[in-house]
Design a protein around this ligand. Structure first.
Ligand code: HEM
Length: 525
């Protein structure tokens, strides 16, 4: 046996012993936690746990489309469900009222994030995953400074320009609609974030997309054992079963590129006085918003811009793809919207943000698109910062709290016939249901700071696409219409699986309108 062989087998034995000891300690901690219930109140109900301490509900936890299983649990056990995995208590909320009571009304208690070593290590820069505290608050303040409702509206010219260019692409090559949409949403976010005009096969867009994909798959609750057993992060990459370390290494490299390359480009533009208006430029000119210390301020700005393009483009893209899919499932909706658009806007020009208040049906489609399928079906997990009692149930400090936003949006008591795409539900009733933007963008102090920007973008996509195009099912080889199933990817962020559809100009006037609008665009920003 070589020296290396004996060394590595000793290391293995040492490691296994360490792991056993650690598991023992965790079991003891789990038992201790079980007994820590000062009010002696029941925990929220949930699936029966294993009698083996520490194992809890591991066997019950779904591995894909978790929101559907959690929704079923909601129907069986009630709106607040508790499960446990490896000593970690997890509350799942399936009702608008409970989510509002806990995550909005008691936001001071539920604004923390659970530690997720896999993602936290890779994406330290992402304030969306940071624990609640002074560092997080500085990052959030910087973000909010540039994306409150008024500031978000100041970016409408960028959205309008990119949207008009999208219409031209859809006219030229409609079959590639999802690639055109990807480019448009990427272009909007890169221009708003950094003042960066993207090019074909853009390197920064590639980095942002790859990094976003790695982040959302790593951030799926329970996706990696290391999130439940943090000590595993010290296991070397070559150790059997430690493939997550390879994923982590690749994610780390991507995350590094994401933070440095676009930022270096933007700094160069800024220093040479050539920077276009953007989130980045706004913060560089108002550094004190981020921090009194200029070095810290610059770091926060670097992180915030990276978060913006890592999260912004894909979420908007997913919501537009959901809208188009919905048009195949509810064809009458398109016709009603087109009648409204023709009546209000006419056929000589494209709809603009100034028409928003006069187009209630189009706005209702935006709401229903955010409700029908969720971009972030389980939200981003929150964490209880202190013991709490809700409706007689005990929720201990440290509990992970997941708002099943998909389940909440499909609660038939709140949204009758929840699986149908019905914009009318927001128009007809005297007491309309809650606006889906109060669900899809999350809760309390952690509510999505990009929500106004995202809603503006989705609105213009819906209004202009419907004004110019008919969206109908593609025909199969047998000549029959293909209605694609509502199949979505798993992960923290979800989007429809690729589907075919036919996008054709409504008439010659629509073609002329697009050509005229493109010709009227200024040469550049
Ligand atoms: C349709 C589009 C979008 C949806 C549905 C969406 C949804 C969400 C949700 C559910 C959360 C978690 C909220 C919570 O913890 O309760 C979130 C957080 C966040 N979103 Fe969005 N988002 C969208 C677009 C955007 C855009 C365009 C940006 C950037 C401009 C953005 C930036 C962020 C950030 C930075 C956070 C972390 C907030 C925090 O932890 O304080 N999002 N988003």
């Amino acid at each position: 046996m070589s020296l290396w062989d004996s060394l590595s087998s000793s290391l293995l034995i040492l490691f296994s012993k360490g792991l056993l000891l650690f598991v023992g300690l965790l079991c003891a901690r789990a038992l201790f936690k079980r007994s820590r219930n000062p009010f002696n109140l029941p925990f929220p109900p949930g699936p029966r746990q294993s009698v083996i301490p520490f194992v809890g509900n591991i066997a019950d936890m779904p591995s894909a489309q978790e929101w559907k299983t959690f929704y079923e649990w909601g129907l069986r056990y009630g709106p607040l469900v508790m499960v446990e995995a490896m000593g970690q208590k997890i509350c799942i909320i399936n009702s608008y009222k409970v989510a509002n009571d806990l995550l909005n009304e008691r936001s001071a208690v539920y604004s923390d994030r659970p530690p997720m070593p896999m993602v936290n290590d890779l994406y330290k820069f992402n304030m969306g995953l940071q624990p609640y505290g002074p560092v997080y608050k500085k990052h959030r303040k910087a973000f909010q400074h540039s994306f409150n409702r008024r500031e978000a509206n100041s970016y409408q010219p960028v959205q309008t320009r990119e949207n008009t260019l999208l219409l031209e692409k859809l006219l030229a090559d409609p079959a590639k609609f999802d690639s055109h949409l990807r480019i448009t949403t990427g272009a909007i976010i890169m221009m708003i974030g950094l003042g960066y005009p993207i090019t074909e096969n853009d390197e920064f867009v590639r980095i942002a997309e790859a990094s976003q994909l790695a982040m959302v798959s790593a951030a799926r609750p329970g996706a990696y054992l290391v999130d439940l057993l943090p000590i595993l992060k010290y296991v070397p990459e070559w150790f059997p079963g430690a493939s997550f370390q390879k994923v982590a290494r690749e994610g780390r490299e991507l995350s590094q590129e994401l933070q440095t390359k676009p930022f270096a480009w933007a700094m160069k533009q800024f220093e040479s006085g050539n920077a276009l208006p953007s989130f980045f430029k706004d913060l560089m000119e108002n550094k004190e918003v981020a921090s009194d210390d200029p070095v810290e301020a610059q770091h926060i700005i670097q992180c915030a811009t990276a978060v913006m393009y890592a999260t912004g483009a894909d979420t908007i893209l997913a919501s537009v793809l959901t809208f188009i899919l919905a048009m195949l499932h509810a064809p009458h909706v398109r016709k009603i919207a087109q009648e409204e658009l023709d009546r209000v806007v006419g056929t000589d020009r494209l709809p603009t943000y100034a028409d928003q208040d006069s187009l209630p049906y189009v706005t209702a489609i935006v709401k229903e698109s955010l409700r029908w399928e969720l971009v972030i079906p389980l939200g981003v997990p929150h964490r209880a910062m202190q013991d709490d009692v809700y409706e007689g149930y005990f929720i201990p400090k440290g509990t992970t709290v997941i708002a099943n936003q998909w389940g909440i949006s499909h609660d038939e008591n709140v949204f009758p016939d929840p699986f149908a795409f019905q914009p009318e539900r927001f128009l007809e009733s005297d007491s309309p249901p809650p606006d889906p933007n109060t669900i899809a963008f999350g809760w309390g102090r952690r509510i999505c700071p990009g929500r106004f920007l995202a809603e503006n973008s989705l609105w213009l996509h819906v209004a202009t696409i419907l004004a110019c195009f008919n969206i109908t099912p593609a025909l199969g080889d047998d000549g029959k219409e293909i209605i694609p199933p509502r199949e979505y990817t798993s992960g923290m962020a979800s989007r429809p699986l690729p589907y075919p559809c036919s996008i054709t100009p409504r008439n010659e006037a629509a073609v002329e309108r697009i050509k005229h609008s493109v010709a009227s665009l200024p040469e550049s920003y």
